[in-house]
Design a protein. Structure first.
Length: 120
């Protein structure tokens, strides 16, 4: 598999767990607005090298999750802001424009230093 996106968690907002319980988490780069920062994993802003598409895999500390749907501005937001919402419900159609949907399951709890990649 080849990596088309990679980033590292640098900070963890105090309220991240509130979204984990709902089967999702939010990534945002260092420029996250103060109103959202507490709810996000703060990551390095890095550009992807190819389109993000269903069938690819999101790896969270080497744990793979198959991507099932991608919002129409997810790549743009990820590349420019480090911002996407990852939803663990297996949806095959994106309901939120800036989200990446992965197979249903419980989101793992990430830590400072966690590596997030998208692989083809």
């Amino acid at each position: 598999m080849s990596v088309i996106y990679s980033t590292t968690v640098g900070e963890i907002g105090d309220e991240v767990d509130s979204f984990l319980g709902e089967g999702m988490f939010i990534l945002f780069g260092l420029g996250a607005p103060d109103t959202l920062k507490d709810y996000c994993y703060i990551v390095d802003v890095n550009a992807s090298t190819a389109a993000i598409e269903p069938g690819q895999h999101l790896h969270l500390d080497d744990e793979p999750f198959r991507i099932t749907a991608v919002g129409e501005v997810a790549r743009q937001n990820l590349d420019g802001l480090g911002h996407i919402t990852v939803v663990f419900n297996g949806a095959t159609e994106a309901r939120m424009h800036g989200s990446v949907y992965v197979e249903a399951g419980t989101p793992p709890k990430l830590h400072v230093g966690s590596v997030i990649t998208i692989q083809v």
